[in-house]
Design a protein around this ligand. Structure first.
Ligand SMILES: Nc1ncnc2c1ncn2[C@@H]1O[C@H](COP(=O)(O)OP(=O)(O)OP(=O)(O)O)[C@@H](O)[C@H]1O
Ligand SMILES: [Mg+2]
Length: 221
């Protein structure tokens, strides 16, 4: 039944937040397939459900109703342990505010998701991001663009097949935004990593192959 070419299949996925008497349909019956090796951007107004979609895609959050298949597997059948393993080994997350640990060095931040720390591999990734002179710096000693490159290196350390990035250029000037988007594009084109980014920036969306528009918890185009 599952199409092997799809990394993600959303089938009528709903996410309902209950706040007292109020119900918020953050996702309102989403049907969406994400193909292996694709590079997709998600755009739409604030509150339209973009982050919720990304959180569900990365099994940081479960649908209230509907089904999400990840590599053909129904995520609702995964135990907590299996979910954590999936997140660690298959998915890399990049966030708007970088989410680096402030007391750890660049190198230590990149090593953090590794079960068996491999500093050589972390250095190799940091070098690729142009950060070969910054191994020992703390996050607050780096520029925003540099911090985001560290967080991309961290997202890549376990060779994920899927990268989920929520407004990865949201805090960056246009030059650094372009650098980050070029890095993601290169990962997609040359290493076949499937990437989904949420963005408000049309210039960032231009780096992707397909743009999905969201409104009120659903995809409109
Ligand atoms: N934990 C939560 N509890 C209750 N409501 C929530 C929660 N998270 C999100 N929502 C609501 O769900 C809807 C979708 O939120 P979401 O964060 O996905 O929007 P978004 O498109 O990412 O917006 P933005 O562009 O501002 O980041 C909004 O109405 C929001 O208020
Ligand atoms: Mg958001």
């Amino acid at each position: 039944m599952n199409d092997q070419n799809n990394v993600l299949e959303f089938k009528d996925v709903r996410k309902i937040y209950r706040m007292g008497d109020e119900e918020i349909n953050a996702l309102d019956g989403v049907n969406l397939n994400i193909k292996n090796g694709s590079f997709t951007s998600i755009m739409g107004p604030s509150g339209s459900g973009k982050s919720t979609l990304l959180h569900v895609a990365g099994i940081l959050d479960m649908p209230t109703q509907g089904t999400l298949l990840l590599n053909g597997k129904d995520t609702s059948t995964l135990s907590g342990k299996e979910q954590a393993k999936f997140r660690r080994s298959e998915i890399g997350f990049v966030f708007q505010r970088f989410n680096l640990l402030p007391q750890l060095s660049t190198l230590e931040n990149v090593l953090l998701p590794m079960i068996k720390p491999d500093p050589d591999k972390a250095k190799e990734l940091l070098d690729k991001m142009g950060l070969n002179k910054k191994y020992k710096k703390l996050p607050n000693q780096l520029s925003g663009g540099e911090q985001q490159r560290v967080s991309i290196a961290r997202a890549l350390i376990n060779n994920p097949s899927l990268i989920l990035a929520d407004e990865p250029t949201g805090e960056l000037d246009s030059k650094n935004a372009e650098v980050i988007m070029s890095i993601l594009q290169d990962l997609n084109k040359n290493e076949g990593v499937t990437i989904i980014i949420v963005t408000h920036n049309p210039l960032a969306a231009e780096f992707t192959d397909e743009t999905i528009e969201m409104r009120d918890g659903n995809i409109i185009g």
